[in-house]
Design a protein around this ligand. Structure first.
Ligand code: ADP
Ligand code: ZN
Length: 718
């Protein structure tokens, strides 16, 4: 099996021209019947990696998915593109389940989503065995790991899949990148010589900001007002703050709802529904909200409180901007949050080992918020990715602290890490560097190593500050499965042994108040006419999308994503062929919604032009509009104050783009044949004068223009 069919399917069914990074490789591995583990961030495009093979291979693909809401959303999305997809979970009644079983046995389902509970139930296996299974995909595979944050006990029973379905490729997908989780997935699913794909976890379209937590309510109100009408999530720690914040936002004219685990289920799903369907733009929620929401046009995620760990932070932030358009993440940091969590963890029920892990992760979160290092660099290095540059799209990059050559300081610390046999935690390491006589230092003989006391020039806090930066730079890492001891990374070795330079922020600058990064919002800057025109059209299309969504009973972003609407605004497609070139417009969606969007775009362009605005591409439309109203080219020329030849050329352009015109009024089929026969002698763009001369003035310009239009029209329609 090769990728050509996969590419055609990508375009036909999903409307996309190109695979995203790794998608093609992953699909090829499935075709090669390999087991696969894919680590890819939210929004990276995991679903297509199993959906495209599912559609191109024979049989039914099985997708294990942990949440009913998520399944429903994915199945709806697939059906919107004409794919035979279904889900099987506890929400089906007996009759529905029987009907689905019949469909499955008849081979009418290409992609079946199943909950893990259903899958492991005794009654389901016999049915499965009777199906021709093309592949099995385990989505959200980190749910298998007790180390992770979304542990689902039923996932641990999935190991039977590998045993029962001998040569069916088994694919595991997750957006959680840490190494322990990865190990767990591989071993528990018993993946067989798996191909491992780790995508970059970078989400460059999301700008990352951290601000001090003072006056955060005012800051949030201001932010939300600036982003009027856009979808956003504000994460809060407590039920009470969710409710309070929603109330304040509403009082300020920002429509907002709240969501937390204590709301009755029907209210919870109503809030979720209102959000998904663009009826309520802002949700103030605890972390109970979000998992299972595939909404692609969330424009911002705010954290009213510090998240408990970077995994959680990044996952929540990742809910913004799945469509790839610019989006914002803003975190409010207060040390009080750190203290509160610390206390909660210490007084909690977990085992000592678990507590230690939670505290260590909390510390990293805290350091992230506090260290003056590019935020993206910090998170990505935390996930084990080597990201050496500064991103230019976070608050630190946009207003950087003062730097000094930290190579010597870093070398001292790195050397101490190695000389303690990589058996020192961060606090012990600082004690060693400062030559402390603490008992645990002496007992372990760390006072005898060469670097003992080599760093007395910095205070204890300064060292913590420097070391946390080294951590964020990826020079050292913390081994969470080895008592949080520090280890030197390859990059760290390059600094220690090869003298690679490191630039660090001056500890004395730490307290300096950073100016709050100015929110870049579309609506606050002065707008050029072109911008306002674009926004006007975007709003029109968004409104149309909402109406269609309501009629069809699907969420708006399943009609077209924001990214697709933006491209429509950019290109203003006014024919089917133009429309199909827009990324995200599949054949099915063109059939269903193409006319509505083309009409909206045409009307918008005409309306604006009639109001006296200059709109590129409008001139064809104006002539066409008058022609459709029954005027002759000569009349139109008079009305528009242009030549008849120009009007005819406009009409020809519209014909070329797929509009119907009886061109025999201008040129006979025989003449067209002759003129088109000569086109191979010329190259595009055709110069009419050359063709005119070629035939020794035998055919007039109009005839040539129409023949070229007919030729190009045919080319586009094939
Ligand atoms: P994930 O499951 O990794 O969070 P999704 O599969 O939901 O991500 O994809 C995120 C968004 O990107 C979706 O709107 C999807 O349609 C879009 N997408 C995926 N692959 C492509 C591609 N090759 N070209 C354009 N858009 C894509
Ligand atoms: Zn940055």
């Amino acid at each position: 099996m090769n990728l050509d069919l996969a590419r055609t399917t990508l375009k036909k069914v999903f409307g996309y021209d190109q695979f995203r990074p790794l998608q093609a490789e992953i699909i090829q591995a499935v075709y090669d019947k390999r087991d696969v583990l894919v680590l890819m961030p939210t929004g990276g495009g995991k679903s297509l990696c199993f959906q495209v093979p599912a559609l191109t291979l024979e049989g039914t693909a099985l997708v294990v998915s942990p949440l009913i809401a998520l399944m429903k959303d994915q199945v709806q999305g697939l059906r919107a593109n004409g794919v035979l997809a279904a889900y099987y979970n506890s929400s089906l009644d007996t009759k529905e389940a029987h009907k689905l079983e019949d469909e499955l046995l008849a081979g009418n389902i290409k992609i079946l989503y199943v909950s893990p509970e259903k899958l492991v139930s005794q009654s389901f296996l016999p049915l499965l065995k009777r199906l021709n299974i093309s592949l099995i995909a385990v989505d959200e595979a980190h749910c298998i790991s007790a180390w992770g944050h979304d542990f689902r006990p039923e996932y641990t029973q999935l190991r039977f899949l590998r045993r029962q379905f001998g040569d069916v490729p088994l694919l595991a997908f997750t957006a959680t990148a840490d190494k322990l989780t990865r190990k767990d997935i591989l071993s528990q699913l018993e993946l067989r010589d798996p191909a491992l794909f780790i995508a970059s976890f970078d989400r460059p379209n999301i700008s990352l900001h951290v601000r001090p937590g003072q006056k955060r309510i005012e800051q949030i109100l201001e932010f939300a007002k600036k982003h009027h009408g856009q979808s956003g999530i504000i994460y809060c720690l407590s039920r009470k703050s969710c409710e309070m914040l929603a109330e304040k936002l509403n009082a300020k004219g920002v429509r907002a709802a709240y969501y937390h685990a204590e709301l009755p289920p029907n209210l919870r799903s109503k809030v979720q529904d209102d959000f998904i369907n663009d009826r309520i733009p802002v949700i103030c929620a605890t972390i109970a909200f979000g998992m299972g929401i595939d909404k692609s046009n969330v424009r911002y995620v705010l954290h009213y409180n510090l998240p408990r760990n970077l995994e959680g932070y990044y996952q929540e932030v990742g809910r913004a901007g799945r469509d790839g358009l610019p989006s914002e993440a803003l975190l409010f940091f207060s040390y009080a949050d750190v203290q509160a969590y610390r206390q909660m963890i210490e007084e909690g029920e977990s085992s000592d080992e678990q507590k230690e892990l939670k505290l260590a992760k909390l510390n990293r979160m805290y350091q992230f918020a506090e260290a003056p290092v590019c935020r993206r660099r910090t998170v990505l290095n935390y996930f084990g990715e080597t990201y050496e540059q500064n991103c230019g799209n976070c608050d630190v990059c946009l207003s950087p602290p003062r730097q000094f050559d930290g190579t010597v300081a870093a070398q001292k610390a790195l050397s101490a890490v190695l000389r303690t046999g990589e058996k020192a935690s961060m606090s012990i390491l600082v004690e060693v560097l400062r030559g402390s006589q603490r008992r645990d230092v002496l007992e372990r003989g760390f006072n005898k190593i060469k670097t003992f006391g080599a760093g007395r020039e910095y205070s204890y806090d300064d060292w913590l500050f420097l070391i946390s930066q080294m951590l964020h730079h990826g020079l050292i890492e913390i081994a969470y499965d080895d008592h949080n001891n520090l280890k030197v990374t390859d990059m760290g070795k390059a600094v220690l042994l090869e003298g690679k330079q490191v630039s660090l922020a001056l500890p004395s600058d730490k307290e300096k108040e950073k100016p709050a990064a100015a929110g870049k919002s579309k609506s606050t800057v002065h707008q050029t006419p072109v911008q306002s025109l674009r926004e006007g059209l975007f709003d029109k299309l968004r409104e149309l999308r909402r109406e269609l969504a309501q009629q069809h009973g699907v969420p708006p972003y399943l009609i077209f994503s924001d990214a697709t609407l933006e491209q429509m605004v950019e290109r203003r497609p006014i024919s089917d062929a133009d429309m199909l070139e827009v990324s995200g417009v599949s054949e099915r969606k063109l059939q269903l919604y193409g006319d509505a969007f083309i009409n909206a775009i045409r009307n918008f362009v005409l309306e604006k032009t009639n109001e006296g605005q200059k709109v590129t591409g409008s001139t064809y439309l104006l002539s066409w509009d008058l022609f459709k109203k029954g005027h002759t080219p000569e009349e139109i020329a008079g009305m528009r104050n242009v030549s008849t030849a120009t009007v005819v050329s406009h009409l020809a352009t519209m014909y070329e783009r797929g509009e119907n015109v009886d061109i025999q009024k201008w040129v006979s089929p025989e003449e067209t044949d002759i003129i088109q026969g000569s086109l191979s002698l010329f190259s595009e763009p055709y110069v009419m004068k050359e063709i005119y001369d070629h035939f020794g003035e035998k055919f007039g310009y109009e005839k040539i223009r129409w023949s070229i239009a007919a030729f190009k029209r045919r080319q586009r329609l094939v």
